[in-house]
Each structure stands twice: as structure tokens, then as C-alpha cells.
Design a protein around this ligand. Structure first.
Ligand SMILES: NC(=O)c1ccc[n+]([C@@H]2O[C@H](COP(=O)([O-])OP(=O)(O)OC[C@H]3O[C@@H](n4cnc5c(N)ncnc54)[C@H](OP(=O)(O)O)[C@@H]3O)[C@@H](O)[C@H]2O)c1
Length: 381
């Protein structure tokens, strides 16, 4: 059988390492771990070769800001996984992957990345390459979970996804590029939700468009703000009976929510270039200092509608204690479908919308995500 070579940009980063472990565990691919620190890349490859048989991992120097280097690095590679904080080099990475004849998947967030890749969509299709963007958990899971919930209804009227993410940031060594990218992404979020046939922007002067979601024992009830992801755009088209949908995110901690976020928004509006580094330090410090246990990540869907002429309510809760696993497991579950050919088709796709949702859920469960589904008759109250 043809054994593919996958290159993971950022392969020795926090998410990259978990992706490597899971790909070695779940597939037969060969892996190249790449980043700007050759020693770290080689050390990580050695570590994984000691843990898994077959000497399947190598480490390599790669810098996404250097086009010539990318051309060299992508030679002989079948698939590029972007797990690096290189959102601003998306065009360079994607065009070089296309030139080299590689398929592609990233775990990026945000409208700019989608717009960049969308501008290449025709070229991707013509080259018969398969590019998947928006991998991971958010984005990556909200629309997939709604699509999964669809099978429980004849007509689904409401499907709201909420998420809480409380990470012990003191445990992770996060590179400066990742911290900067995180602040840029947070400042760039799109506050849209879908109601009565249209996508609406929240009223910025109040919290009336926020929702209150109960995440259960550990996290309890939390106020969540709408956050639009490209994968959601298709949801009301797939389920035309929906009159309410969207993704909503709970806050991080009181200090970040009430002081740091507003300060970052204003600073980045006024002085985008000079304030980005100090703001990324402020964010990292306040997340590390003020986040308190219990730690963990939950994504919960609340859906209602009708089946067999009766009102029905469904709740689906996905959770994991570790954010790197909660990000990497959906990516690998998607790649399993790519590798067996079932979703390998030319074009630009979003993880949440290309996966077959039943198998996706089963594979994520097997790899360690806790999946709970609860069906109730009536409106769930
Ligand atoms: N979709 C989701 O659900 C989700 C969830 C979590 C994180 N993410 C995204 O995942 C990415 C990685 O997060 P993380 O926590 O793993 O961060 P991390 O531990 O800081 O890893 C980032 C990696 O990117 C590499 N890198 C940075 N700049 C590079 C460049 N110019 N060329 C090549 N490699 C470069 C870094 O290595 P060097 O600095 O040594 O080059 C490092 O290996 C971020 O973009 C984050 O936004 C997505």
C-alpha cells in the first residue's frame, strides 16, 4: 500500500506534538515535524521514534516566512498539516503546497484566512488538490455537531452550540508568534448569530444577544457571546427549518473578560502595530494568573425541533480535560476519512462540513473525547 508522507508545520508545538502522537497511533503515515528550531524538531522526532515502531518521524528546519525554504521542504511531501502560528503566511504556505502537489489542512481561525484560501479555491480545484481549513475544535466542531444532531429530527428549529474553555496556561510553553496570533484572532472575531432567517450582528451596547448555557456540574451556567465561524454559514442552508443557530463562547476569567479584552480592543484599534506585542504579553499574563480550576473544555449543543409529529429536545456534550487533545483529535478524525479516500476530493473544504458526522463522532470518542447525547421529548425544560 502507498504510504503517504505528512509534514506538520509546527510539529513540535503543543498541538503539533499531540497530532504527531495520534497520527502515529491511528495511521501508517510517515511524518516530518518542521519549524524554525531544527534541534527541537529533531529531538521531538527522536522521542516519537523511541515510542512508536518503524522510524516513521523526521525533524526538519522550516520557516513559513521564507518561500524558497518552503519550496525545498515541501518536495516529496504528500500532505501539509499547518499546526503552526503562521496565519499571516497562509497564502505563501498554500500556494507552495499547490505548486508542490501537496494536499493541505490547517487549524486556523478567522475570516482573513478563509478569504485568502477562498481566493485560491479555483486553482485548488483545477490542480485536483484537497485543501481543508478550519480544523480543530473551534472552529472545527460547532457545525459538525449540528450536522450530527440533524439525524435526531424530522425538522430542527433551533441548534445552539456553546463552549467553555478553561485552560491552565501555566502548564504550556507557548511561542511568542502563537500569543500574538491569539490576540489578533480575538480582536478580529465576528459577533454574529442566526435568527429568523438572517445572520445578525450583536448589539454591542448590551448583553441582550448573549445566551446563558448550563455546562453541568463543573462549569455550571455561563453567559456566552456569539462568535461566527465560516463553517456555520452553510448550516441554515442544510437545515432550512432552523430559525435559530450559532456558536457562543463563554468568557475566560473575570479579569480577562472585564478589563483585558476591552483594553486590547481599544489599544489594537488605536495603535495596531505597536500595541500587539505588549497586548499579547498582557493576555498571556492575565490568563496564567487569573484562570483557576476546574480546568477543561466543553462544547455543548442544545437543539430542538420535531420528530414523528412530536416536540423533541437533544443535548450533545463533548469534552476533554486537555485543550491540545480537544484540538488535535478532531483533526485526526477528519484525516482518517481523508486517508481512506471517503472525503478526499478536489477543492477547498471546511473540516466541520466535509466530515461524515457519525463516524467523526465515533472516532473522536475512541481517541478520548467524552461524547454524551441526551434526547428528551418536549422542549427540554
Ligand atoms: N482550531 C482550533 O481549535 C485551535 C485550538 C488551539 C490552537 N489552535 C491554533 O494552533 C496553532 C498552534 O498552537 P499551539 O498551542 O500548538 O502553539 P505553539 O505550541 O506555540 O506552537 C506553534 C508552532 O508553530 C511554529 N512556528 C511559528 N512560526 C513559524 C514559522 N514562521 N515557520 C514555521 N514554524 C513556525 C513554532 O515553532 P518555532 O517558533 O520554533 O518556529 C511552534 O512549533 C495556533 O495557530 C493556534 O491558533 C487552533
Amino acid at each position: 500500500m502507498d504510504i503517504k508522507t505528512f509534514l506538520i508545520l509546527g510539529g513540535y508545538g503543543n498541538v503539533g506534538r499531540v497530532l504527531t502522537r495520534l497520527l502515529l497511533q491511528e495511521t501508517n503515515v510517515r511524518l516530518v515535524l518542521a519549524g524554525r528550531n531544527l534541534e527541537k524538531a529533531k529531538a521531538a522526532a527522536d522521542q516519537f521514534n523511541n515510542l512508536f515502531e518503524g522510524n516513521r518521524v523526521t525533524g526538519m528546519y522550516a520557516d513559513a516566512s521564507d518561500l524558497e525554504n518552503l519550496r525545498q521542504v515541501f518536495k516529496g511531501v504528500d500532505f501539509v498539516v499547518v499546526a503552526s502560528s503562521t496565519a499571516k503566511f497562509t497564502k505563501e504556505i498554500a500556494t507552495t503546497a499547490l505548486e508542490a502537489g501537496c494536499d493541505y489542512m490547517d487549524i486556523h481561525f478567522g475570516p482573513k484566512i478563509y478569504a485568502t484560501l477562498h481566493s485560491l479555491a479555483e486553482a485548488i480545484k483545477n490542480a485536483k488538490r484537497c485543501f481543508i481549513t478550519g480544523g480543530g475544535f473551534h472552529p472545527g466542531l460547532p457545525a459538525a455537531t449540528i450536522r450530527y444532531a440533524g439525524q435526531y429530527f424530522d425538522s430542527m428549529e433551533k441548534a445552539i452550540v456553546g463552549s467553555v474553555m478553561n485552560v491552565n496556561f501555566r502548564e504550556y510553553e507557548i511561542s511568542e508568534s502563537t500569543r500574538i496570533e491569539f490576540v489578533e484572532e480575538v480582536a478580529d472575531f465576528q459577533p454574529f448569530f442566526y435568527k429568523n432567517g438572517e445572520w445578525r450582528k450583536i448589539n454591542m451596547m448590551s448583553t441582550k444577544d448573549y445566551i446563558l448555557m448550563d455546562f453541568g456540574n463543573e462549569f455550571g451556567k455561563q453567559k456566552c457571546a456569539p462568535m461566527f465561524f465560516e463553517e456555520l454559514r452553510e448550516i441554515p442552508v442544510i437545515f432550512p427549518t432552523l430559525n435559530q443557530t450559532g456558536f457562543y463562547m463563554a468568557g475566560f476569567n473575570w479579569f480577562v473578560d472585564y478589563f483585558v479584552f476591552p483594553f486590547i480592543f481599544i489599544s489594537l484599534k488605536l495603535f495596531p502595530k505597536v500595541s500587539i506585542k505588549p497586548m499579547s504579553h498582557l493576555m498571556q499574563w492575565s490568563l496564567s494568573t487569573f484562570s483557576k480550576p476546574p480546568y477543561g473544555l466543553v462544547l455543548k449543543l442544545e437543539a430542538s425541533g420535531e420528530q414523528d409529529g412530536r416536540a423533541k429536545h437533544v443535548e450533545i456534550q463533548l469534552s476533554h480535560k486537555d485543550g491540545t487533545y480537544f484540538t488535535a483529535i478532531p483533526v485526526v478524525a477528519c484525516l482518517l476519512q481523508y486517508l481512506d479516500g471517503s472525503i478526499e476530493k478536489p477543492g477547498l473544504w471546511l473540516q466541520a462540513n466535509i466530515v461524515e458526522p457519525n463516524r467523526f463522532m465515533q472516532d473522536m470518542k475512541r481517541m478520548g473525547i467524552d461524547v454524551k447525547v441526551q434526547e428528551k421529548s418536549g422542549n427540554g425544560r
